[in-house]
Design a protein around this ligand. Structure first.
Ligand code: ATP
Ligand code: MG
Length: 607
């Protein structure tokens, strides 16, 4: 391909909101063009890279036994209502607007395809003999992301490979899941991504039911907790750590009464610490939750009704509650309680709650949930349940219960309900400290079980060998293709531009003709171009009438892995120069040898 016959609008200008390197470079190299917030066009160079990623994904999915189909972007809203996900998805689900009764009001743009694929499998797969089956597509997704960010890393329209496995039983799902996991590892390796697989939040199934594939980089929005010795890695949404050691020290405050301290207006931990002369690690944060008003599962019959249940959660002052863990331990969908609920329970304004005495005010069915690190505190400062007052000397077990007591219907639970912090010990028992790193999620594999196939969902069943109908056991597996591209650039660039891996580079080789008005230079460069193209190499030929410095700048920016420079001076010596964008010495070789050497190198680096 000749540069002058192609379309590569490189530019120096990038908007201020392009802060991460991949975003800036994709704009500067003319790979993408933003048309609206979170909506991008892929220009020819960007589209070539995207297509290569797509091919790798397709090859690996096919070789893992998944079968490609193509489902629509337009989806019937009815299916989403049946699974209760119109509510669970909220604003992320993009609906069409129209007059009442119009078809548009019954239609949405697909953010994912569990409902649709389940509908298809339900219609055509009726016997265990047809299982397992794994259907996948590479297709455009629409999501009403509140904050599109970092170029194509988070957009409202993007390309996803989504696969869905259907099995007879859990053992079958384990096999399907492992196949996808292995295929994902191959995909990222082939795309040149330095990825890690981490345990991820797995929702209702629990256990090891979900893994995310992450690329560690500051540009990421996720956090991964990794132990220094490499024996543990998990998304911080899920990460846990070794339990705290129980202190052997005597209970310092055990005999002492609680002392109330006047802390006017100090509702935040830091302010209180200043007034009390203590540190957040010696404080207990008391958070009050209530069951959520919008029940994600309210489409199901028998959804909870009656007054909202309250849950008191305790964590150390220097720790933060992890909502996923709290939801799992409580078994409830919770939201932070409104000020009135808090005042009613504590008798004080928001910001002055403490666990002492509160448990007795809970009703049957309500809960006190204590983080493991609070359980082992010997004496703590906390809110006094009196506006503008705190107390010191609160002793867990004495001033509030650590286990459920017979007389009350409310429950006490001690569990890990906090986010891990840097320096926590690995939960494997190795004692290796955890470090928190930012990461981009490039893929997610997930054991769904019967979430979409159960009777109260889409009721999708097959006849098992015993002649009885059983719900399909599902898994789902997603890869963001655009994110792979951005993550690859994020982890492979320098000040000059992109350093593409050969496998997904828009072109594999770039021929730079210096002295473009020299007929011999141009004919030599054109010949190398034609021969490389004939040998099956994706080759771009910079035949523009521009200065050398200008061309080299663009060459660095668009980052084609292999570069052959043809210039008058070196041709006079009977050579051209071949070098790699990734670095290392350029070699001089006769034009006649350039094609053979370049072809061999490209093939080797394709992976
Ligand atoms: P995130 O937590 O980043 O929003 P997600 O958990 O919603 O991602 P999934 O629904 O599991 O993502 O989608 C599968 C894959 O699709 C993700 O791993 C990611 O690579 C990609 N993806 C998801 N949302 C977006 C988006 N808004 N823009 C680009 N890619 C996305
Ligand atoms: Mg999301």
């Amino acid at each position: 391909m000749r540069w002058t016959e192609f379309f590569i609008p490189t530019t120096k200008e990038v908007p201020k909101d392009a802060v991460v390197a991949s975003h800036q470079l994709m704009l500067r190299a003319g790979l993408i063009r933003q048309l609206a917030a979170g909506v991008y066009a892929y220009l020819p160079l960007g589209y070539r890279a995207l297509r290569k990623i797509e091919n790798i994904v397709r090859e690996e999915m096919n070789s893992a036994g998944a079968i490609e189909l193509h489902m629509p972007c337009l989806q019937p809203l009815e299916l989403w209502e049946q699974t209760g996900r119109t509510q669970a998805m909220g604003d992320v689900l993009l609906r069409l607007a129209g007059p009442a009764g119009d078809w548009r009001t019954q239609t949405c743009l697909g953010p994912t395809h569990e409902e649709n694929v389940t509908e298809i499998v339900k219609a055509y797969v009726s016997s265990y003999k047809q299982l397992p089956i794994n259907l996948y597509q590479i297709q455009t997704k629409f999501r009403g992301e509140a904050r599109p960010k970092s170029g194509v890393l988070r957009t409202r329209e993007f390309l996803m490979k989504d696969a869905y496995s259907f099995d007879r039983d859990k053992a079958g799902l384990d096999v399907s899941y492992q196949k996808m996991y292995d295929a994902y590892c191959r995909i990222y390796t082939r795309c040149g991504l330095p990825y890690i697989a981490v345990e991820a939040e797995s929702g209702p199934i629990g256990g090891d039911a979900s893994h995310e594939f992450m690329v560690l980089t500051e540009a990421g929005e996720d956090y991964v907790a990794m132990s220094e010795n490499g024996d543990y890695a998990a998304n911080t949404e899920r990460a846990t750590c070794a339990p705290p050691r129980i202190s052997a020290a005597p209970l310092t405050g055990s005999g002492a009464a609680l002392s109330e301290i006047h802390t006017p207006g100090a509702g935040r931990v830091e302010d209180v610490c200043k007034l009390l002369g203590t540190t957040p690690a010696h404080m207990i944060k008391t958070l009050i939750y209530r069951t959520a008003t919008v029940e994600a599962t309210s489409h199901r019959k028998g959804a909870a009704s009656g007054p909202p249940a309250r849950v008191i959660a305790l964590v150390r002052g220097d720790h933060d509650i992890n909502d996923h863990k709290l939801a799992k331990i409580s078994g409830l969908r919770l939201e932070l309680a409104d000020p009135r609920t808090i005042e009613e329970l504590t008798g004080a304004a928001v910001g002055f709650a403490g666990p002492q005495g509160l448990f007795d005010r809970l009703r049957p069915g309500e809960q006190l949930i204590i983080d493991r690190d609070v359980e082992v505190m010997t004496s703590a400062a906390t809110g006094a349940n009196r506006t503008d007052y705190h107390v010191d000397g609160v002793v867990p077990g004495r001033d509030f219960p650590l286990e459920s007591r017979g007389e009350s219907g409310a429950a006490v639970k001690v569990a890990d309900i906090r986010n891990v912090v840097d320096g926590d010990a690995s939960p494997t028992g190795s004692g290796s400290p955890l470090r928190l790193r930012k990461a981009i999620e490039v893929g997610h594999v997930f054991k769904l079980g019967t979430k979409y196939t159960a009777k109260d969902s889409l009721d999708a069943t097959f006849l098992d060998a015993d002649g009885k109908p059983k719900p399909f056991i599902m898994g789902c597996y997603g890869i963001g293709l655009n994110r792979i591209m951005a993550a690859a650039i994020e982890s492979r660039h320098d000040d000059g531009g992109i350093i593409w891996p050969m496998s997904i580079a828009p072109f594999e080789a770039l021929i730079v003709a210096l002295d473009p008005r020299d007929a011999q230079v141009m004919s030599t460069a054109a010949k190398i171009h034609d021969e490389l193209a004939a040998a099956g190499v994706d080759v771009l030929y910079d035949d523009r009438d521009e200065r050398a410095g200008f061309k080299f700048k663009d060459a660095d920016l668009i980052g084609i892995p292999l570069r052959i420079v043809v210039g008058r001076k070196s041709l006079a010596e009977g050579v051209v120069e071949m070098g790699r964008r990734a670095g290392g010495e350029a070699v001089k070789l006769p034009p006649s040898e350039a094609v053979g050497r370049a072809t061999a190198l490209v093939r080797e680096l394709r992976g």
